[in-house]
Design a protein around this ligand. Structure first.
Ligand SMILES: [Zn+2]
Length: 343
């Protein structure tokens, strides 16, 4: 089948590649419809690696996907041919200790699409466990279905924060993950989100998504804005979604006493962490890695209209334009949030 293959760093090709995928009793075969381009896909393209994950042989990219069930295994009961679905891209070992303890996202043996050496899904079909395949509500499009993967990160972060109704949160970084974290925080009970970035078009878009106060940290002072909105108390929650060294080093400054910081963005290098600043506030600190158990919640929130990701889908490409789509994503204009490829 045709697939978008990362041959090696800086070299993509749309070419024929052979897959011998047998359908197990608990699997479904899915015709892929839409695949979002993720920062991680782009990073593999431009750097050939993310931390310890190194692209050593040609790998198909793409892990944010939706599609249609075209075949079901003999033991599959909750899905039928024709169902519109989205898929969790990480398949843990069902017998691992991490999976048995409930944090299957932390299973060291997890096989995650487009994380070397596992192929991704920028290709016409894939076989996937039915238990990691979720039906889209009737009012959720394939494009929105392909947004469930990044949204799941935001929902997982909101879970980790243990939001209380009325909390005020800071989200640093208005990239795709910052945006979905802001939406998840509001859906989870926050009364307001203060979102930061240095790209004004992203902040302008964020401000249209709900009770979200944009702060351009290139010219405004985050602390002053937080003080004003919280009567000087500080934000209940800080979601660090930028991965930016400077933003990450300052997470405790806008936080209220007893507040929580959730590290969502993945810094490319070790960052400074001010322990005494955290101690003074007895800050609780959480970290997220991908997500677990949140796809049904993300879909329920989309289906009910509590979360609308449509404004975040800014650019569309045909499968035949996949290489051009990635070159676009490498130099994404500040007005763009999420680019998707339609098969
Ligand atoms: Zn992603």
């Amino acid at each position: 089948m045709q697939a978008l293959v990362l041959e090696k760093k800086n070299h993509l090709s749309l070419r024929e590649i052979r897959f011998d995928e047998t359908l197990g009793a608990h699997d479904v075969r899915i015709a892929i419809h839409t695949v979002g381009i993720c920062g991680s896909d782009v990073h593999y393209y431009t750097h050939g690696a993310i931390g310890p994950f190194i692209v050593r042989q040609p790998m198909v990219l793409g892990h944010e996907a939706s599609g249609t069930v075209v075949e079901t295994g003999a033991a599959v009961t909750h899905l039928q041919v024709g169902d519109r679905v989205c898929m969790e891209p990480g398949i843990p070992d069902a017998n691992s200790k991490a999976t048995q303890l409930g944090f299957y996202n932390l299973d060291p043996a997890v096989r995650f699409w487009a994380t070397p050496p596992v192929h991704g899904v920028l290709r016409p079909t894939v076989v996937h466990p039915a238990s990691f395949t979720f039906k889209l509500p009737a009012n959720v499009s394939y494009a929105e279905g392909a947004m469930v993967e990044p949204l799941a990160v935001g929902i997982h972060a909101a879970n980790k924060a243990r939001i209380k109704p009325g909390d005020i949160a800071v989200v640093s970084g208005a990239g795709p993950i910052g945006m979905v974290t802001a939406l998840a925080a509001l859906a989870g009970g926050c009364s307001r989100v203060i979102i930061t970035d240095v790209q004004q078009p992203k902040l302008d878009l964020a401000a249209t998504l709900g009770p979200i106060t944009p702060v351009n940290v290139a010219k405004e002072n985050l602390g002053e804005v937080v003080d004003k909105l919280t009567d000087g108390w500080g934000a209940d929650i800080v979601f660090e979604s930028s991965g930016n060294e400077k933003a990450a080093a300052g997470v405790f400054a806008p936080l209220c006493p007893g507040g929580v910081v959730v590290f969502v963005g993945i810094p490319l290098a070790p960052i400074a962490y001010d322990v005494s600043a955290a101690q003074i506030k007895e800050a609780r600190v959480e970290h997220v890695f991908r997500y677990a158990h949140v796809y049904p919640r993300a879909l329920a929130l989309m289906g009910s209209g509590k979360i609308d990701v449509k404004p975040l889908i800014t650019d569309k490409f045909a499968f035949s334009e996949s290489v051009a789509a990635f070159d676009f994503a490498v130099k994404m204009p500040p007005t763009s949030v999420k680019a998707q490829i339609e098969l």
